[in-house]
Write a protein that binds this ligand. Structure first.
Ligand code: UDP
Ligand code: MG
Length: 316
């Protein structure tokens, strides 16, 4: 494909502070690529307003009027980053040959777009943006992120190291993605399951241009837990293994107690008993909690509730 139609999907939640700069940079980039004949003139930027409480949607509508490249979707309410992204991808796939997803805060390097398209033209259906380093992250974010990837790997979830949601997907890869109906959406875990030829593009991830992160610690933890539990059942297996090991140990303990009884040792060890009771009490509750996490997921999946509802569409 010589001049693919490229859509850049950008989920936005309370991003009024960054939208002007983002639009400026994306428009410059796209116009340049169109002028150079790298992409089709039908290419567009697609903002997805994820139920913002600030002026985000007004700004998007304004740009829609005056900037020929800008289109927009407005969700009926806040549904979270992953669902907003999905809404954009599913809408854009109807018009585009390839879609790039990008954050609104300019952390994802706009200059890398050329290389994404190059890889796409070379035949990749999925191109992952991978961070070359984490120099600009805070100490805390760096280490929690590292832990996240380690745990995911241990849990057998196939995800691309240091890749967030900056990626290009071809039309047929998006059609593949549309077949995944799950409500508990963890795109980074699902995308590698689609298959097709993939490649990576490395880029330097910048600091947020303005405004604050929409992922506070609480959301980050629940994102990580969701990621693991919606892609892997290993935690349940681990409980089973732990249960087996504990049963085995208790048989040994039982033999020890019986032998001790016949050897005439008097009963003692109230502290040991208490420690064991507390330990197993806690362990059992935690195990039930982990199983419950899955039961909750099943509950949500069986309801098959819509993942997003689009209130307004500004397309052209
Ligand atoms: N975002 C969204 N809905 C939400 C939270 C975030 O659409 O409920 C968007 C946000 O506008 C941004 C992207 O998701 O474009 C990533 O969010 P953010 O930059 O705050 O996350 P961080 O980079 O701190 O992980
Ligand atoms: Mg960000």
């Amino acid at each position: 494909m010589d001049k693919p139609v490229l859509y850049i999907v950008v989920p936005c939640y309370n991003e009024e502070e960054v939208l002007h700069e983002t639009t400026k940079r994306l428009t410059e980039k796209m116009n340049k690529m169109i002028a150079e004949g790298n992409i089709s003139g039908e290419s567009r930027i697609m903002y997805v307003n994820d139920g913002s409480k600030d002026k985000t949607w007004d700004i998007i509508s304004e740009y829609y009027e005056k900037n020929p490249l800008v289109t927009g979707l407005c969700l009926s309410r806040n549904r979270g980053h992953q669902n907003a992204l999905l809404a954009g991808l599913m809408t854009a796939k109807e018009y585009a040959d390839a879609v790039i997803s990008m954050d609104a805060d300019l952390q994802d390097d706009v200059e890398a777009v050329d290389r994404f398209v190059e890889e796409f033209k070379k035949g990749s259906d999925i191109v992952y943006g991978v961070r070359s380093s984490r120099k600009k992250d805070s100490f805390f974010k760096k280490h929690t992120a590292l832990m996240f990837y380690k745990i995911m790997e241990k849990m057998g979830v196939e995800i691309v190291y240091n890749h967030a949601d900056y990626r290009l997907m071809s039309k047929r890869a998006l059609e593949g993605l549309a077949e995944f109906k799950e409500v508990n959406l963890f795109l980074r875990g699902i995308v590698p399951m689609i298959g097709y030829k993939s490649s990576t593009v490395s880029y330097e991830r910048d600091k947020r241009f303005a405004g604050e992160s929409k992922y506070p610690l609480k959301k980050m933890i629940s994102f990580a837990v969701d990621g693991i539990t919606s892609c892997s059942v290993k935690p349940i297996r681990m409980i089973t293994s732990a249960g087996l090991i504990i049963s085995f140990l208790s048989v040994i303990l039982l033999i020890y107690v019986i032998v001790g009884h016949f050897m005439g040792n008097t009963v003692q060890g109230w502290p040991t008993l208490m420690v064991l009771i507390c330990f197993f009490g806690g362990f059992q509750i935690m195990s039930i909690g982990i199983v419950g996490e899955y039961v909750g997921k099943i509950y949500m999946e069986t309801k098959e509730r819509p993942r997003y509802i689009i209130k307004d569409k500004l397309l052209k």
